[in-house]
Design a protein around this ligand. Structure first.
Ligand code: P6P
Length: 337
């Protein structure tokens, strides 16, 4: 565009920091280091088919899933970038059973803790489907100068200072919020910078896309079965039937629905009474972004951000997206309770 001047992630974050009179740049530095790790992971993901990093790393992660080499690589990159920031005292990660605490004095002074799924959807790596990093940032509760403790990580989602995701897709994008709206940055590989491309993202109150693994239909709660039938009925006044879109990669499914409008559902089933997705580093950050964009995020009967976590890797049923769509499925769940 004539006269259009790109705004990099760093410029945007510093500009926004200036609006916080007491901000001393810690969060700015943290977001900058997240960006560095994201660029490094982007390079590896983009070459995944070419270098020998596909296939299982041999290890198995805390979820009992085969740990792909790219998972391990992404986990390591974000941990080292966050240690380098000097602002983060510890990390909770899908790839690590226990919290990762930093021993150096600088990091122990860090005000923030970080939760992440370093490479969500990694089973899609080998088939070239978009995957993502999901992250969440809190202020620590334990005293600075000490190593963080588990309680620092078990805070309800409403306490998040920032949350975001990086989607490694047809382009690599970082989308994040600090509680003042949602902004998206696209990686311009020609200059190696994330550049502001989606300022002030809002999600439509109504959408025409529903995303759920219908292969599990027989195991779904009655209210979910009724909602899926509702989506498939013909009713032009409500633009139904909706489109079914499900790629099996949370960040990819969520990002599409965020921009276009839609609902993403991963419900509880008889086999998995708490669903599959993890509260701390998948549902909470996505819920924060959803609400900041004008949508809704629920466990089916409770606001995700108000749930007090019990454990680092706990799972929770997840209904998120366009406000009216989430409220519709919640009402059907309630009627069938
Ligand atoms: P299912 C990927 O493994 C993941 O954690 C999310 O990215 C995705 O939304 C979900 O699982 C897909 O699970 O059971 O539908 O294959």
């Amino acid at each position: 565009m004539k006269g259009y001047r790109i705004k990099t992630l760093n410029e945007f974050v510093i500009e926004r920091q200036a609006e916080y009179p007491y901000a001393k740049g810690e969060l700015t530095r943290l977001l900058h280091h997240i960006g560095i790790a994201a660029k490094i992971v982007h390079k590896k993901v983009n070459k995944a088919g070419l270098v020998d990093i596909l296939g299982e790393a041999g290890a198995v992660n805390v979820q009992g899933e085969d740990q792909k080499k790219l998972d391990v690589f992404a986990d390591e990159q974000f941990i080292s970038a966050l240690r380098a920031s000097g602002e983060c005292c510890g990390i909770g990660s899908e790839e690590n059973q226990e919290i990762v605490t930093f021993d150096d004095d600088l990091s122990k002074e860090g005000k923030y803790i970080f939760l992440m799924d370093p490479l969500d959807g990694s089973s899609n790596i080998d088939v070239n489907v978009s995957i993502g990093t999901i992250f969440s940032i809190y202020r620590r509760i334990s005293p600075r100068g000490t190593k963080p403790v588990l309680d620092d990580f078990l805070q309800p989602g409403i306490k998040q200072i920032a949350a975001g995701y990086i989607i490694y897709g047809s382009s690599t994008m970082m989308v994040y919020t600090t509680g003042r709206g949602v902004n998206g940055f696209t990686l311009d590989t020609s200059i190696g910078e994330f550049c502001l491309s989606h300022q002030g993202i809002t999600t439509p109150e109504d959408g025409t896309i529903y995303s759920v693994n219908e292969g599990n239909y027989v195991h779904f709660p009655e209210g979910v079965k009724q909602y899926i039938k509702y989506c498939q009925e013909k009713d032009t006044s409500t633009k139904r039937p909706y489109s079914s879109r499900y790629i099996g990669s949370l960040v990819a499914d969520f990002h599409r629905n965020l921009l276009k409008g839609g609902i993403f559902i991963y419900p509880e089933t008889a086999k998995a009474p708490n669903g599959k997705l993890r509260l701390l580093y998948e549902c909470n950050p996505i819920a924060f972004i959803t609400e900041q964009a004008g949508g809704k995020a629920s466990s089916g009967n409770q606001r995700i951000l108000e749930i007090k976590p019990d454990s680092l890797h706990q799972r929770i049923p997840f209904y998120t997206g366009s406000l009216n769509m989430v409220e519709k499925v919640e009402s059907l769940l309630k009627n069938n309770n």
